[in-house]
Design a protein around this ligand. Structure first.
Ligand code: G6P
Length: 607
């Protein structure tokens, strides 16, 4: 996720662009850049780090420009450097663009463009500038449309041409873009905050729409260049609401981001026809991969629960014994490791001190050490010898939601890749991938039950304690649901494997001790059902997460949340969502500071 701002009108563009970028800094800020016109010539300035660094560089410049584009970057392809910061240009330096999203087929496109093009960055976005260059014969919109017809992936895009300082072409596919309408001026941005001080009149571009903008005119077309009529809307949001895209908290926005970002985690990383995944960043030959006899997943907090899901996946699909270690324990227990051990560090921030130290220890002992990380260029990403970015975009709420989902999705791809090199059949691989592709739509159907889950939260919010139960791959789901509840609502909760409850936790049960049980239709359904019967007999209130169509579930429980069916190994990608929503709505009902819960930090860089 990145932030884009563009302006065309009669005001000085520079302050609008810089202040706009500051408002979009929440979308990521590893580097930033602007392109404006100085004496009729385009001029691009970039800086690594926060927007303030860019502003500092611009202090000494005196641009007299009423037109320009700007970008704050959240790296996805290419490390955090000035040359990788946007805007990017083609060979002539005349076509200048800022891009938010991922051009999935950029390698292919680069190959087709041939050796005549000179690239200044490692980004997928720059390839797009060169692609537009090949189609440009004086009509910028046509050239952009021709190029986009060949692109696979996502984009929020603003493009300008040095010979046409009165024209801006913008396009959207999967990454948001808003156009603000002023008096003989237009604003473009990733959300409405940069333009709120100037206008409340906006149009929201939809996927597949392109706007061709001059100082006095806005013309919207689809990707086939057919006219599209847009409705002008009046924005009522204040700045904070606009950043959260109308959601009251970042956490809720991030929960609702999941159907989109899970696609970013898997896009371009699997081959349906071969029933396998190919995560190139692993940097291991097939032979090295086949030599792996043991996998250790090291993480903290939510990432460690994603790791437990990964353990089930690696063992089931790849047949490789897999352990999950909480990082702070691993580093002090003298673990047994050799050169047939593969260690993954899983971390949203890529900065967690315990995880980092544990990975260093594993490396010292001769293991293959790789990262599964969200923040590009973070310390864990740099200190491992390869790995995969989960592409969840910036996660701002302290309680992790979408990063967890994307970690699980990437772990599944790894398990498939290892599995297919071992004994996993092509047919099973294909069935899993097909089921994975269907996950985003199924997630949406769960999220549409948010209001119903809110009612449940109201009903149970005064509980002092709660127990979360799950079996098999739903045990880590129970752990994650319980963690979400305790960290943001401060209600004490525990998670147990269903079958283990009778060895301890059952003593706690009473009519005042609600139990959230995950009882979806899988191979352990009957076993879990028996555990739920045991709870019922102790008169504890029961909320079930059950599979759609399981009409008998309600006979066992006070309340049931239904989720769509999927293959068992993929269930965490769905079953975690109602638990996230339950924790969220409970915390809101109790008046908690949902995005910044007490005593917690987003990134824990101390031991
Ligand atoms: C903190 C956060 C958690 C997170 C954990 C691991 O405790 O509050 O939400 O799961 O750190 O963070 P990481 O960035 O390594 O995933």
């Amino acid at each position: 996720m990145c932030g884009i701002v563009a302006y065309i009108g009669n005001k000085q563009a520079l302050p609008i662009l810089i202040n706009g970028l500051r408002r979009l800094e929440y979308r990521g800020y590893d580097s930033a850049g602007i392109a404006v016109f100085d004496d009729g010539k385009p001029c691009t300035i970039k800086a690594v780090g926060k927007i303030d660094n860019l502003a500092e560089k611009l202090k000494t410049q005196n641009f007299d420009s009423t037109f320009g584009i700007a970008h704050t970057r959240w790296a996805t392809h290419g490390s955090v450097t000035e040359s990788n910061a946007h805007p990017h240009a083609d060979c002539t330096g005349k076509i200048i663009l800022a891009h938010n999203g991922i051009i999935e087929n950029y390698r292919e496109l680069k190959e087709k463009l041939g050796a005549n093009h000179v690239y200044k960055s490692e980004t997928d976005s720059e390839v797009l500038a060169h692609l537009i260059e090949t189609y440009y014969t004086g009509d910028l919109r046509k050239a952009v449309l021709e190029a986009l017809a060949r692109v696979r992936g996502t984009y929020g895009l603003v493009v300008m041409h040095a010979d046409r300082p009165g024209q801006l072409v913008v396009a959207r596919m999967g990454s948001p873009l808003v156009v603000g309408i002023g008096e003989e001026e237009y604003f473009v941005a990733s959300d409405a905050t940069p333009m709120l001080a100037y206008t409340k009149k906006v149009i929201f571009l939809e996927d597949g729409e392109v706007a061709d903008i001059s100082r006095t005119q806005l013309h919207t077309v689809n990707l086939k260049d057919h006219n599209v009529t847009k409705h002008v809307e009046e924005i009522e949001w204040d700045e904070a609401q606009a950043q959260k895209q109308g959601f009251p908290h970042f956490m809720l926005k991030e929960i609702f981001d999941q159907p989109n970002v899970v696609q970013d985690a898997i896009r371009g990383r699997y081959k349906l026809e071969d029933g396998t995944a190919h995560l190139g960043g692993l940097n291991m030959s097939d032979e090295q991969m086949r030599s792996i006899k043991r996998i250790i997943l090291i993480a903290c907090g939510t990432a460690s629960y994603a790791g437990i899901v990964g353990k089930y996946m690696f063992e089931r699909l790849a047949g490789i014994p897999t352990e999950v270690d909480v990082a702070s324990e691993f580093r002090y227990r003298d673990p047994i490791i050799d050169n047939q051990t593969l260690v993954f560090g899983i971390s949203q921030s890529g900065e967690t001190a315990d995880t980092l130290a544990a990975l260093k220890e594993a490396k010292r002992k001769g293991a293959f050490v790789r990262g599964i990380v969200n923040v590009v260029g973070s310390t864990i990403a740099r200190e491992t010898d390869g790995g995969t970015y989960i592409h969840a975009g910036p996660e701002l709420a302290v309680a992790s939601t979408k990063a967890y989902t994307n970690m699980v999705a990437v772990l599944l791809l790894y398990a498939l890749q290892f599995g297919r090199l071992n004994k996993l059949s092509i047919a099973t691989g294909q069935r899993l991938l097909q089921a994975l592709v269907e996950i985003p739509e199924k997630m949406k159907s769960i999220l549409s039950q948010s209001d119903k889950i809110k009612e449940l939260a109201e009903k149970y919010k005064n509980s002092r304690d709660m127990l979360y139960l799950g079996r098999g791959i739903n045990f880590p789901v129970a752990l994650e649901g319980s963690l979400k509840l305790k960290e943001i609502s401060y209600i004490h909760s525990e998670a147990y494997p269903g079958g283990e409850m009778k060895h301890g936790a059952i003593a706690l049960l009473s009519p005042e001790f609600p139990v959230m049980a995950i009882m979806t239709k899988n191979q352990l359904y009957d076993k879990m059902r028996s555990n739920v019967e045991e709870i019922k007999a102790r008169k504890a209130p029961i909320i079930l997460v059950a599979t759609e169509g399981d009409d008998k579930a309600i006979e066992l429980a006070q309340d049931v949340i239904y989720v769509p069916p999927t293959m068992e190994l993929l269930e965490p990608l769905l079953n975690t969502l109602p638990l996230q929503l339950f924790a969220y709505h409970t915390a809101v009902a109790l008046g908690r500071d949902v995005d910044r819960p007490r005593n917690l930090a987003k990134s824990v860089t101390v031991e």
